[in-house]
Each structure stands twice: as structure tokens, then as C-alpha cells.
Design a protein around this ligand. Sequence first.
Ligand SMILES: NC(=O)C1=CN([C@@H]2O[C@H](COP(=O)(O)OP(=O)(O)OC[C@H]3O[C@@H](n4cnc5c(N)ncnc54)[C@H](OP(=O)(O)O)[C@@H]3O)[C@@H](O)[C@H]2O)C=CC1
Ligand SMILES: O=C(O)[C@@H]1CCC=N1
Length: 272
Amino acid sequence: MDPQIAFIGGGNMARSLIGGLLAQDFDKSAIRVSEPYTPTREALASELGITVLDDNRRVAAGSAVWLFAVKPQVMKTVCAELRELAQAERPLVLSIAAGITATQLDSWLGGGLPVVRIMPNTPALLGAGANGLFANARVDAAQKALAERLFRATGLCTWIADEALMDTVTALSGSGPAYVFLLCEAMQAAAVKQGLPAEAARDLAVQTFVGAARMLAESGESVEVLRQRVTSPNGTTHAAITAFEDGGLRRLVQTALDAATARGIALSREND
Ligand SMILES: NC(=O)C1=CN([C@@H]2O[C@H](COP(=O)(O)OP(=O)(O)OC[C@H]3O[C@@H](n4cnc5c(N)ncnc54)[C@H](OP(=O)(O)O)[C@@H]3O)[C@@H](O)[C@H]2O)C=CC1
Ligand SMILES: O=C(O)[C@@H]1CCC=N1
């Protein structure tokens, strides 16, 4: 029998995670969602056939697993509302919020609770997600296995031993899809500027990302080797790669990931 799961917040990521669970034949009646925005509530209930209410306490009561999928900015308030119930029921607490630490969640919920922090990403919607997971010392092996089973429904799972590195995971794979979309956008725009019709630019750019991603995942070759195979001596790719390197692409990527990581740390501090 599947454990009863309460989703606190029914936004984009909650929908992706629930979609993954339902695709793996997770019992619909074991999922309940709390969501304040009426159109989102109605859409979730009608499209996914699950119970969606506007009441965090009612949704959480009696659920073995509470999965917090609200923004970091409202997490403390939401936890305060559930603190008494958390101490009475002692659920397994899961959170996907950027920045907010397991220690913060545990203390806002009254303390002494098993907490697993997960950083998913939006390809979860297609079952192609990447999840970094961190468990606090109260989480036992069965609870770890349960958290992993739930998130495996949306993609790959990797456990992270040092919680401080969850901000790095957020910068890498949590935000990562947006960097790929930005590069795809920029490549399309450059091709259109040279005169390629927008539709052709989109089709060719998108398929290039799909094909390259499949090679990364399926070829068994390193990323460097795959890059070198495209790069003929003194050819067109060499010209482009030289422009990227001379323009400081690697330094820029480091700066971008450092900024995302720093923002995760700041989100924790700002919302404490
Ligand atoms: N988007 C992404 O790519 C990723 C996001 N995350 C994390 O996931 C979390 C959710 O993000 P995302 O799904 O994008 O955000 P959304 O805004 O889509 O989802 C959050 C949901 O929580 C609802 N909500 C607001 N206040 C409350 C409350 N008091 N009680 C219950 N529900 C409430 C919101 O309703 P309303 O709209 O009415 O405010 C909204 O539907 C964030 O913490 C984020 O850091 C993690 C990895 C990737
Ligand atoms: O931008 C954000 O803060 C969230 C966390 C990772 C992806 N989106």
C-alpha cells in the first residue's frame, strides 16, 4: 500500500512530482494537496483526479509524509501553522524549497523530526528530472528508501552527504535547465540574425540540444571527447569554441553558478 502523502503547495513543481508518481501507478487516493489559489486547485483536481483542498492542516493531518512545495519566502509561516500537528503526528518531512535548510525546517516544525531536503528540476515533468537529496540524522533507512522511491518516479536521484552542497546542487541541476534554455535561445537568435528563418532556427537548435543530450547520456564517452569529435582542426567548430574560450565562457559559467549558490544561501538567511 502506498503511504499517504500531503503536498503543501500545488504549484509547478508539485504538479510535476505528482505527474511522475501517477505515471508510476502511485495510488491516487494516497495523494492530497493543499493549494490556496482556486484556479490551480480546480485544475489539479480535475486534471489529475486527486483531492485538493485550501487547508494545510486538513491535508497534512493523518499523512505519513508531508512534502513542502511552497516558495522559500512562505515556508516559515506555513511551518508555524503546522507545528503543533507535526509534533503530534511526527511525519517524514520532505522539502524541495531552494535554500531553506533541514535544520530550519525541523526547528520551525518544533524539532526532532526526520527531514529530507530534495532539489529537483523541471524535466521531472517528463520523468527526466535530476534530484539531489540530503537527509538529516533523524531519517532512518526505510524513510530514505521511501523518499528515494517517490523522487525516482521523476528521474535520477543522487544523495548528498554535506547539506552545504545542496546550494551547489541547486545552482547546477535545479536551475540548470534555464541555462540550457538560455543558450538555446541565444543560438537561435544568432542564426536568425544571419538570415535563417525563425522556424528552421528553432527546429535545428532544439534537435541539436536533444541529440547532444542523448549522446552525453547514452554514448559512454566523456563530455570532452564528444566535444573534440565535433571540432575538426582549424574548422568551423574550432572557430566558435575559440570565440567562446576567448570570451571567458568558463569564467562566466563559474560566476553564474557562484551567484546561484550565493542566492541559495541568502534565501536561507532572508527567510529565517
Ligand atoms: N521551479 C523550479 O524549477 C524549481 C523549484 N524548486 C522549489 O520548489 C518550490 C515551489 O516552486 P514552484 O513550484 O516553481 O512555485 P509555484 O509558485 O508554482 O508553487 C508554489 C505553490 O504554493 C502555493 N502557496 C503559496 N502560499 C501557500 C500556503 N500558505 N500554503 C500552501 N500553499 C501555498 C502557491 O499558491 P499561489 O500561487 O496562490 O501563491 C503556489 O501554487 C520553491 O520552494 C522552489 O524553490 C525546486 C527546484 C526547481
Ligand atoms: O529559481 C529558483 O529559485 C528555483 C530553484 C531552482 C530552480 N528554480
